[in-house]
Every structure is written in C-alpha cells, then in structure tokens.
Design a protein around this ligand. Sequence first.
Ligand code: HGY
Ligand code: MN
Ligand code: MN
Length: 404
Amino acid sequence: MYNGELAWIENALDCLYETGKMGNLHWRATYTEEDQKALKLLEQWMREKDLEVVYDDIGNLFGKIEGEQDRIVLTGSHRDTVKNGGKYDGALGIICAIAAAGSLYAELGKPKRSVEVVAFGEEEGSRFLSGYLGSRYFVGQLSDDILQEQDANGIKLTEAIRQAGFSGKGMQKSPQMQDIERFIELHIEQGGVLEQSGEQVGLVTSIVGLLIGKITIEGHQNHAGTTPMHLRKDPVTRAAQFITEMNQWAMAYGEAVTCTFGEIQVFPNKSNVIAGSVSLSFDIRSTSPAVLQEAQTRIKNLQQQEDGFRYTLEFAAPDAPAQMDEDGLKLLEETAKSLHLSYRKMHSGAGHDAEMLAQKIKTNMIFVPSVGGISHSPLEYSKPDDIGRGYLLLKAFLREIAWS
Ligand code: HGY
Ligand code: MN
Ligand code: MN
C-alpha cells in the first residue's frame, strides 16, 4: 500500500509542477490560467479518492469527507508558487493530504470527524502585495484594503477573484472556525537544519512574524554625464544606502532577524539616465513583535527626513509570529516515536498558511528536509524517502485525530 501511495505522490508532484510552466519560467500565481490548470488536476485527484469538491467564495478549494460528528479536521497547504519557484513548496502539503485522507477513507471508511483537504490560494503574495490571501479569508481577516490591492497590471484582487469565476466576499462556504478541531500542514522545511542535523522530520513549534511592503523613493531624473555628483538627487544611491543601513541593523540581531530586499525596480532604468525613482520591496522577519515594530519605525522614519527625496510607503497586512498547538505537538512527538522516526522540534523562518490559521484554530506543521536547504528556486528538492516519512507521520496523525 505505502509504496503505491508514495509513487502516486511523486507522480502528482510532477504533474502539478507542469501546470505552472510558462515557457522556460515556472510561476503559478493565483487566479491565472496556470492556477485553473492546477485546480482541475486537484479536483480530479480529490474526486478519484471520493472527496467531495467544494470552493469557498474566493476560490479556496476543499476536498471533504463527511464524518459521524460535525467536527472538522483540516489539512492541506497552498497551491500557488513564487515566480521561478520549485516543485514542493505548498504542493507537497496538498498532495500528501489528498493521498493520506483518501487512503484512510478507503482503508477505514467513514471518519469520526469530518476531514477537509484544503488548497489555499495566493499564500506567496507573488501577485498581490499581501500574501496568505486564501488562509486570511478563511480566518475572516481579508480586509477591504487588501481586496483593493492591485497586481503589476493594475488588476484589483476583487476583479481577479471574479474573473476567475468566484463571487469574492460574501457568505463563506468554508467551514466556520468553531467547527474545526485542528489544522495540520505538511511542508518542506525550506532551510538546511534537518539536513545538517540528520533528523528525519521537523515538528514546528513557532512560525516567524513578517513585515512586508514596498518603498518608492523619488529623486531628480537627469543626465548621467552633465550632472555633477554633488548636485544629484539619485534615488538609486539613496536606496543602496538604506539597504546597507537595514542590513547592518539586521546583522546586529544575528539569527533573530532576517531582512531581504528582493525586488528593486529603477525608473526609467537606462544606463545614461540618473533615475527618477526606485521602488524596492522589503521582507523583514522575526519571532519578536518588538523587533518587527522597530523595523517598521525605521522605515516610517524615512518620511521624516528633509533630504530632498520623496518617499512613498506601502505596508502589506501584518503577519504576527505564531505558536503551534502544544497538544498537537505532543501527539506528533508520540506518533513520530511510534513510527521510529527521528524528529526535531523547530522554529519556521518561512511564513505559512498555518500562521494565519493558528490565530483561530489549534494548528501544527510537519517539516520534511530540503536538500541543500534550498527553496523558492527551481533547485528545490526533497528526497522520496524523506517525503515518505513525512507522509507516514501525517497519515498516522490524521488517523489519530479523525478516525479514532
Ligand atoms: O515567504 C515565505 O516564507 C512563504 O513561502 N510565503
Ligand atoms: Mn513559499
Ligand atoms: Mn509554502
């Protein structure tokens, strides 16, 4: 049985990855053609395993198995990817959840508690500024401001939702929070801790908080050759200075903070023109709300400076650090021991849908090792044996909380 399930998982990972191929680039953003192809595949797999397919009003996909009680055990992850991303981030958690729920249903019949496998949309925020949109909506935190956010082509989130055939805000078809027993998400670690330490699975204790957004710096566009250095208002050099300052600030905190400026756009982006403006993304993470607050203050202080530049700031919806459920962690530990799996309790430096859900529901995560600690890259890879061990733990955990 097990080997068949693992082969199914490996094949499903390949098929799902195909849906995100755009020429020689890979990107499955939400409410796109690539997303529609993925949803069709996920629906097909859910139906093949006798899960009832339901969408909520913003296009989160659910595969349901009715239980004897109306309590619900939720499992799954996000279906979208970063631009030029890998095969496992998000996809692995959905595919393993479909495989585990489907095989337990086939083996044991109707569960005590209902089981729902979820494929959340737009966790990465690769198309809209604020990420975790599907899980944010699920916990009732998709604000009107976020719905007005626009993608790079000026399409508002509300429009994108409707263009994809969903109604947008309104009566949620997804289950009400109080009906949910707990959420469990299997995910790749996306770092190198498990690979270096040699433990087979990670049991997540906490998830980092994030401060994400965009800064636009406007200077004076001018001629690269005739404008003396001391007369310039060059936003590129100002941006470089700020990036260096923030990196030094983050380095002083050591492991407790990460600070990334991953997206930089220069306008008009020509070699013989002193730029008119620079827009740069910021992605600052810490488990300490105080540190995130300090970073926010540093960014906001930019607008207090009388330095001849004009600063525009955009902050994505805040994502507070999240604690995983203690009882669920204990059960994962006992289950890992019963399966003779070596495990490590660990913090997640990556954000996850679990971070949103943990605000309202008892939530836990299982990590499987990432080879070379690489993720958000086409080089992302997890070994089938490692996936198999994570899958067995997820399946045993689901059996314990939903079928017994
Ligand atoms: O950025 C993150 O940590 C997550 O993959 N969205
Ligand atoms: Mn990711
Ligand atoms: Mn992810």
